[in-house]
Ligand binder design. Structure first.
Ligand code: IPE
Ligand code: IPE
Ligand code: MG
Length: 240
């Protein structure tokens, strides 16, 4: 079997919207607005190829509530418009839209729009785009632990049968493969609480490109870098 060394699941920490705007003397929110175009661009292109099947995008972290109320409000509205406006593009390209993160604390209108888009696209099987909204990696793990604990307390499972595989089935990302390649834009080199469990063996790639400027040429560069790496998972390189 020939094995093509391409990532099946790519996760991106979309960063640098504020800096993009500041560099142009524009308000931060303008950077967020332009960032949506990067998303549309990548999703449209990725849905037309056969290698990458999952794209998970960090759109709003649990920590992002600390931003000024006006910016948070704008991001919420943008999310709602994104779901509404891009539905046509998703249907046309057979994109399944999913989310991870605690949606229950989002404004009701946003939650509803997200739910509608998820539902409308659930049978699309070309490509999966997953938005992390009000997402935190530790929070996701704690919620999974709570579910597992409840099942154990009710006698549904035995404590000794809890292993990594069972645990992962209780994460919100259950059903998706772990990300193979994790990208962060805008020169920052940290995870900021993103996919802490799932990215345990992801290949990392950082770029100084700001998110509103990020296009397929940059993604292709990251994919090429990925392809040239050797994933060893703790073993030794096969030199036979
Ligand atoms: C990323 O851009 C978008 C979100 C976190 C929602 P930033 O808004 O963090 O941009 P910088 O880091 O201030 O440049
Ligand atoms: C991470 O970016 C969150 C998202 C991309 C949604 P931030 O810009 O919020 O992260 P920090 O504050 O630099 O760690
Ligand atoms: Mg940032």
């Amino acid at each position: 079997m020939t094995h093509k060394n391409v990532p099946r699941h790519i996760a991106i920490i979309m960063d640098g919207n504020g800096r993009w705007a500041r560099a142009r003397g524009l308000p931060r929110v303008e950077g967020h607005r332009r960032g949506v175009e990067s998303i549309r661009n990548l999703v449209t292109a990725l849905s037309k190829q056969e290698d990458v099947k999952y794209l998970t995008l960090y759109a709003f972290s649990r920590e992002n509530w600390k931003r000024p109320a006006k910016e948070v409000g704008f991001l919420m509205r943008l999310l709602r418009y994104f779901c509404r406006r891009e539905l046509k593009m998703m249907m046309k390209n057979s994109v399944r839209f999913t989310t991870i993160g605690a949606l229950s604390s989002l404004p009701k209108v946003v939650r509803e729009e997200v739910r509608k888009t998820r539902q409308a696209t659930q049978d699309n099987d070309g490509f999966t785009m997953c938005l992390a909204i009000n997402y935190g990696g530790r929070d996701e793990i704690v919620r999974a632990a709570r579910r597992v604990a409840r099942r154990a307390a009710s006698g549904d499972i035995q404590a000794r049968s809890i292993n990594e595989r069972l645990f992962a089935r209780h994460l919100q990302t259950a059903g998706m493969p772990d990300p193979d390649l994790l990208i962060r834009t805008a020169g920052e080199m940290r995870l900021s609480n993103f996919l802490l469990w799932e990215a345990s063996y992801a290949e990392l790639w950082f770029t100084n490109v700001l998110w509103p400027d990020f296009r397929m040429e940059h993604l292709n560069k990251a994919i090429r870098a990925y392809s040239s790496r050797t994933r060893k998972y703790g073993a030794v390189e096969d030199t036979r």
